[in-house]
Ligand binder design. Structure first.
Ligand code: ADP
Ligand code: MN
Ligand code: MN
Ligand code: MN
Length: 358
């Protein structure tokens, strides 16, 4: 009987930052990966006496590591009752995306990360101490400035073979720090693809003896932190600049809520230095990399496009960040349309008004 290997990947219950886990199932060729289970008492998702948690496949792609017919299978974690597990953030994301489906939100996430070899970032001197100060590393070239390119290229290759929508890669400001971008994609697909791309990053790193980390501030002091800038647009923003500005304004009204959900350790990273705005304030501006939200210059020129939320940490959960952005931006747009528009248009949009108008 011919078979294929399905690598079931899921997000665990580790606090304060959830981790990826995976295990392999052998599946008969031609059959879909079935619902499966795991020991939740070993992943902070259950107690030993009621240890079973359920793996519900939600996204799959070719496995670029094993090749052939083998697959990567991303799963939602469910309780045996059939309800989503409390650690499952994807379900709420998918529900929010459906609720505001008419906005057709697109997301492009810039995932920054840092390679470590043992206790020090790749490229930091083995003897201890620090490399030359930042300045030449960002998008650099040469053995004195760039560390880990072979791993980065292998990861890019793996993502492309898996069919993930990667839009680019670059070396970052701190040595050993890199970025890949995923998108633009709708939710929850953006979260699915980013989590699988993270899994591939860790997995490819194994082959090179380096670990990729998503620590938001891997080295204290005058070294850049690692973020997950989240670019997004609604159909209105892709047509009209006022909608881009309105989205930035809406984000400013719920700043604290977003900060609290944009990844553990965000206060260490959003200091106001190193191309960040302090977590204590909210600002947006054209081309401003010291703002919380940047409107790219081409967007200001074209009078349409997208905006960049620069606040999420590298270790943020994209299911959480994109759910909040949809709720904040689309919720505000809905509210202003039903208040600001003509009574007839407002009535069209709201079931209650439609009933009273009828
Ligand atoms: P930066 O200049 O901040 O480094 P990047 O080029 O790294 O920007 O990333 C920009 C991201 O924005 C990419 O992931 C891209 O797919 C995404 N993007 C482009 N257009 C849109 C759009 N209309 N809506 C949402 N995301 C978009
Ligand atoms: Mn970038
Ligand atoms: Mn970057
Ligand atoms: Mn950016």
């Amino acid at each position: 009987m011919s078979v294929y290997r399905a690598e079931y990947i899921w997000i665990d219950g580790t606090k304060p930052t959830q981790k990826l886990r995976s295990k392999t199932k052998i599946v008969p060729s031609g059959e879909k990966p079935p619902v499966w289970a795991f020991d939740g008492s070993s992943t902070q998702q259950a107690t030993g006496d009621r240890s079973d948690c359920v793996l519900q496949p939600v996204f799959q792609c070719p496995d670029p590591i094993r090749g052939g017919d083998d697959k990567l299978v991303l799963c939602e974690v469910m309780l045996v009752s059939g309800d989503p597990h409390p650690s499952n953030t994807r379900r709420a994301n998918a529900e929010m995306a459906t609720r505001f489906g008419s906005f057709d939100t697109w997301f492009g996430i810039e995932q920054e990360y840092t390679f470590f070899e043992g206790a020090r970032p790749l490229g930091f001197p083995e003897s201890g101490g620090f490399p030359a100060p930042q300045g030449g590393y960002y998008c650099g070239v040469g053995a004195d400035e760039v560390f880990g390119r072979d791993v980065v290229e292998a990861h890019l290759d793996a993502c492309l073979k898996a069919g993930l929508k990667i839009s680019g890669i670059n070396a970052e400001v701190m040595p050993g720090q890199w970025e890949f971008q995923v998108g633009p994609l709708n939710a929850p697909e953006i979260g699915d693809q980013l989590w699988v791309a993270r899994w591939l990053l860790y997995r490819v790193g194994e082959d090179y003896g380096v670990s990729a980390t998503l620590y938001p501030k891997p080295v204290r002091g005058d070294w850049n932190g690692a973020g997950a800038h989240t670019n997004f647009s609604t159909n209105a923003m892709r047509e009209n600049y006022d909608a881009c500005v309105a989205a930035a304004e809406a984000l400013g009204k719920r700043h604290d809520l977003h900060i609290a959900n944009y990844g553990f350790g965000i206060e260490e990273r959003l200091t106001g230095l190193h191309e960040t705005c302090s977590y204590k304030e909210f600002r947006y501006g054209v081309s401003d990399r010291g703002a919380s939200v940047r409107i790219p210059w081409q967007v200001a020129r074209d009078r349409k496009g997208y905006i960049e939320d620069r606040r999420p940490n590298a270790n943020a959960d994209p299911y959480v960040t994109t759910r909040l952005i949809i709720e904040t931006v689309c919720g505000a747009a809905d509210a202003s349309r039903s208040h600001g528009a003509s009574p007839a248009r407002a009535a069209k949009r709201s079931g209650a008004s439609r009933r009273s108008a009828a």
